[in-house]
Design a protein around this ligand. Structure first.
Ligand SMILES: [Zn+2]
Length: 214
């Protein structure tokens, strides 16, 4: 299916094109019995992109049990209600984002574990883009799902301050992930799935951009 990035047999990123060169999306963790999602895109993302993909995968929307929101920006949470209504899923976010995610059922904090599909992720609190911004780290596959933790050249998205942002980037670099999945194709990477040395290049470039902010 067009617009689907397959990362592993049980892991997909469903793209929602927003404008030329830019997309948001939903990460699908397709476990043997349950589906987990990371972020939900805009209000129309589930109906237009996610549900058709699940159908093609041969999975039922009702198998979605948990939705994790990396942070509370609109292009990551506006699909929450549609999916919750269709699947009766539990919505989880960091405790410092709960005020902007009214649909959240449960909150987590740094170091907590969350199971999505058959994978167990660790919550990594990374303030910078937002105060309650988080990554999810799947240690067993060394995959880090970053949402908008790394914003590359988009310095206007470093809303909390450059010090916490740079500290967060150093925190995720120290995890030495083998693969990084971002929510958007941030520059200079220009794509949202990074492997090997592309990861450190993107993190170091993003730190440089932040350091240049007065
Ligand atoms: Zn954001």
């Amino acid at each position: 299916m067009e617009g689907i990035l397959k990362i592993a047999d049980d892991l997909y990123f469903v793209r929602h094109p927003v404008r030329p060169g830019w997309f948001c999306g939903i990460t699908v963790v397709a476990g043997s019995e349950k589906l987990g999602l990371i972020d939900t895109g805009y209000e129309n993302t589930p109906e237009e992109y996610l549900f058709p993909f699940l159908k093609e995968l041969g999975r039922d929307v009702k198998e979605i049990s948990v939705i994790y929101n990396t942070h509370g920006d609109g292009d990551h949470i506006e699909g929450n209600d549609v999916i919750k209504k269709a699947a009766n899923a539990t919505i989880v976010c960091h405790e410092q984002e709960a005020d902007v995610i009214p649909s959240a059922d449960e909150t987590v904090t740094d170091g907590d574990s969350i199971t999505l599909g058959d994978r167990v992720f660790t919550v990594v609190h990374c303030p910078g883009h937002r105060q309650g911004n988080t990554c999810l780290f799947d240690k067993s596959s060394s995959l880090l799902v970053t949402g908008d933790t790394i914003v590359g050249t988009r310095s206007e998205l470093i809303r909390v301050g450059k010090e916490p942002y740079i500290a967060s980037l150093k925190k995720i670099a120290a995890l030495s992930p083998a693969a990084v999945l971002m929510s958007h194709p941030f520059d200079p990477a220009g794509k949202n799935f990074l492997k090997g040395k592309e990861i450190d290049e993107m993190i170091q470039a993003s730190i440089k951009v932040a350091e240049s902010i007065s």
